[in-house]
Design a protein around this ligand. Structure first.
Ligand SMILES: [Zn+2]
Ligand SMILES: [Zn+2]
Length: 340
C-alpha cells in the first residue's frame, strides 16, 4: 500500500457536470495512480464503494474525499447523482445489467453502475484542450443519445469488446479516457462521417422524446413548489405512462419465447438478440444494455406520438394500432391470433 499524504498537494476542480469518479481519477493521475489505486490507499474504500461512487456515497466517504482534496463536502456531493440528480435514483439510473444465474435459475442485479459515454463529447474535450471526463448525465437511464450531439451513447470500448466500468482510466499522456481492459481509447468509435438523412430524423425524434422524459423525471425535484401545477401533474403523469408502457413491453408473451417489444420494435431501433431469457426486473430501463433501452424508448416514443408530422419512428406495416397490438400480445386468449 502506498503512503500518501492526508491531503493531496495538487487536486483539480471538477468540470461542469463531471462525475465524482472521473474527477478523482484525474487527480489520481497526477500521482501516477488510477482511481482504485488512489482510493484504496485510504481506509474505507473497497471495490464496492468505488463501483458506486457516482451514485450516492455515504457521508463518511464524502468527508474522506473532502479531506483528501480540500474541497467542501457539498461541492463533492454535487458530483454525485444523489447530490445533483436525486430523482434518477434508483430507477432511472444505469445500473449494471441484470443477469441470469443458470444453475440457481434466478436474476442477478449487481450493485454497480453501468458506464455509457458519448465519443463525440470526448473528442470535443480533446479538441478544446480539456481532459476527457465522464458526465453525470450519462448515468440517466432515460438517455440513450447524447443530448448535445444526438449520437448514440456507447457502453463498450472502441474495440467493441469490453463493457465500460468506472475503472476505465485517464491515460498518462494524452488525457484521454481508455478501456482498463484492453487499453483502447474510448473516443474511437464512430467514423465522424455525416449521418444519413433518414437516421438523422429518427435520432431527432428519439432525442426529443428522451429530453422530455428526462425533464419529466426531474421536475418534482427542480420545482418542489411549482406555480404551474398543471405542468407538474402532466410531467408526473407522463413518467408514469412511460414506466407502465416499458413494463408492458418487457413482459414475456404467452408463448414464452418473446417479449412484447419483439413485436413492436421500430425499424430504426430493433431489439438486439438475447433479450428473450425468462429473467425479470421491475424496471428494465435501468437494468439492460443501452441498445435495448434505445429500442424500448423508441417504441414508447412511437406509441405516444403516432400522429407526429413525419412518422419517422415506426414499426412494421402490421401495426395499425400499437396499443391494441400490445394488449393482444399480453392476453393469452389472443395467442392463436398472434401466432397466425
Ligand atoms: Zn456528446
Ligand atoms: Zn476494451
Amino acid at each position: 500500500m502506498l503512503c500518501l499524504p492526508r491531503r493531496l498537494p495538487v487536486s483539480f476542480r471538477p468540470y461542469p457536470g463531471e462525475a465524482l469518479s472521473s474527477w478523482m481519477a484525474r487527480s489520481a493521475r497526477v500521482y501516477s495512480l488510477d482511481l482504485a489505486g488512489l482510493l484504496t490507499s485510504y481506509r474505507g474504500f473497497d471495490s464496492a464503494t468505488i463501483e458506486t461512487l457516482d451514485a450516492s456515497p455515504d457521508f463518511q466517504t464524502l468527508q474522506l474525499l473532502s479531506t483528501l482534496t480540500g474541497v467542501d463536502v457539498p461541492e463533492i456531493a454535487r458530483c454525485t447523482l444523489a447530490g445533483n440528480h436525486p430523482a434518477w435514483l434508483p430507477r432511472w439510473t444505469t445500473w449494471q445489467h441484470a443477469d441470469w444465474e443458470i444453475t440457481e435459475r434466478r436474476t442477478l442485479l449487481p450493485h454497480r453502475l453501468s458506464v455509457n459515454v458519448c465519443p463525440t463529447c470526448l473528442r470535443e474535450d480533446d479538441r478544446e484542450g480539456r481532459e476527457q471526463y465522464l458526465r453525470l448525465r450519462w448515468f440517466c437511464a432515460a438517455m440513450t443519445l447524447c443530448d448535445r450531439h444526438r449520437v448514440p451513447l456507447v457502453a463498450r470500448c472502441s474495440m467493441a469488446t469490453c463493457l465500460l466500468s468506472l475503472r476505465s482510466r485517464t491515460s498518462g499522456t494524452a488525457h484521454r479516457l481508455y478501456c482498463a481492459n484492453c487499453s483502447t481509447f474510448l473516443d474511437g468509435s464512430g467514423n465522424g462521417l455525416s449521418t444519413p438523412v433518414s437516421e438523422a430524423a429518427a435520432r431527432q425524434q428519439l432525442n426529443r422524446f428522451e429530453q422530455r422524459l428526462c425533464a419529466a423525471i426531474s421536475v418534482g425535484h427542480l420545482h418542489p413548489a411549482p406555480s404551474d401545477c398543471l405542468h407538474r401533474l402532466r410531467s408526473e403523469y407522463f413518467t408514469i405512462v412511460v414506466e407502465d408502457l416499458i413494463w408492458a413491453l418487457t413482459r414475456l408473451t404467452p408463448s414464452g419465447n418473446h417479449r412484447a417489444i419483439h413485436f413492436l420494435e421500430t425499424l430504426q431501433y430493433p431489439v438486439p438478440p438475447g433479450f428473450r431469457l425468462p429473467f425479470d426486473t421491475p424496471h428494465w430501463l435501468s437494468r439492460t444494455t443501452v441498445h435495448v433501452r434505445r429500442a424500448l424508448l423508441a417504441t414508447v416514443a412511437m406509441m405516444l406520438r403516432p400522429d407526429q408530422e413525419a412518422v419517422v419512428l415506426r414499426t412494421d406495416t402490421f401495426c395499425s394500432d400499437a396499443f391494441e397490438r400490445l394488449q393482444s400480445l399480453l392476453t393469452p386468449s389472443c395467442r392463436a391470433a398472434q401466432d397466425t
